[in-house]
Design a binder for this molecule. Sequence first.
Ligand SMILES: Nc1ncnc2c1ncn2[C@@H]1O[C@H](COP(=O)(O)OP(=O)(O)OP(=O)(O)O)[C@@H](O)[C@H]1O
Length: 409
Amino acid sequence: MERYTVHKVIGEGSFGRALLVQCKSTKEKYVVKEIQLPKNQSKFDSTRREAILLSKLKHPNIVAFWEAFEADDLLCIVMEYCGGGDLLQRIQQQKTVQFCVDDILKWFSQMCAGAKHIHDKRVLHRDLKSKNIFLTDNGTIKLGDFGSACILNSSKAYAHAYVGTPYYVAPEIWDNKPYNNKSDVWSLGCVLYELCTLRHPFQAPSWKSLILKVCRGTYPPLPNHLPYELQYLVKQMFKTNPKDRPSLHTILTSHRVSRLLRTHLLPQAIEAEEQGRRTGRWNREEGKKVVSVLGEKSLMKTSTFEGMESAEVSCESKETDPRKQWAAEPSDSVLQMLANASLISSDSMASTCQTITGSTAKSASEEPENSRQRRRWEKDPPERLLSALEKAGISQAFSTFLIHRGATR
Ligand SMILES: Nc1ncnc2c1ncn2[C@@H]1O[C@H](COP(=O)(O)OP(=O)(O)OP(=O)(O)O)[C@@H](O)[C@H]1O
């Protein structure tokens, strides 16, 4: 830490503090996320996940990982500083003045490019919301906060937890189905809607009416002055059946809106996409390394990835940048600590990241595929889930939740 000067504390997350720092030699500004080690293992988990994923996800529209190190009993993760703040703040600053269509298209296309990049790597963000999307000083979009992300693979473990922010959560999650890439698309649809209207699409006075609105996909129409392509896109992104929702690949390449969006992509993002297409995804070795560090519980069923070819990944892992040493070669003690921590804990994550242990009527594995559960939910969301949520109050619906659905209360 002696290489950095601390300027100020920019926020407190569930894991610890986020500091604005400046590198003494280069004068570059960074954000350092600090986490106390290892008293509360579970709080450490989301940061651990974020650190490892960030170190592997290099893209012009994703917050860049710089380095990670231990200082005293803190794990410090150094990442790109986004001087423009988060999109939620930006939306709130507007008060009632609508964004121009060009800004909407520019920001949305860039968030799609960042999210498509992680989906191409079979990573799901699972907590996309305007608060987790940042702007740099020059107005470039960066996806951040990968503390809820997971890698898709063959384990069912993660399918047994809800994770996300209720206002941005897709209907299939309320419907007791596993998270999938189209669930991220739904959340991005919510952010696009917020950019278009400065309001959230599914506002409600209670959990029950929020869930019903989301599961029915009912939202106030967009203002008429917006281009038809945007109106159509929002409608598609809010299809309640994930199979009917376009993937990010479709949105950026072959959707009615693609031409408009692509004119706003950064040249570096187009280059990154082309390079990704040439080199594919992670190679087996790199994939194994990430999985072994993240642990089995960060994996999900491949079958939950909609509309993409299945998994074996290949992409060169060339960690040549000496600044990113931890990404290439984590120190033994950090690696050991990461490998030993369990990823999900029923009493994890305090304050803004809330955990509720409850159970829905039945877990996904108990339900026959063509059960009537969906219809029942649309009329009457499961009482036990609702009562678990009600303890938190609807005002908490913009916070990240981790809800275990397998446990009985
Ligand atoms: N890379 C970044 N650049 C600029 N500001 C950032 C960056 N990362 C986080 N912040 C800001 O720092 C504050 C703390 O962020 P952090 O992600 O640590 O916690 P949070 O999102 O507030 O809570 P939690 O992650 O527990 O849900 C927030 O105000 C966030 O906007």
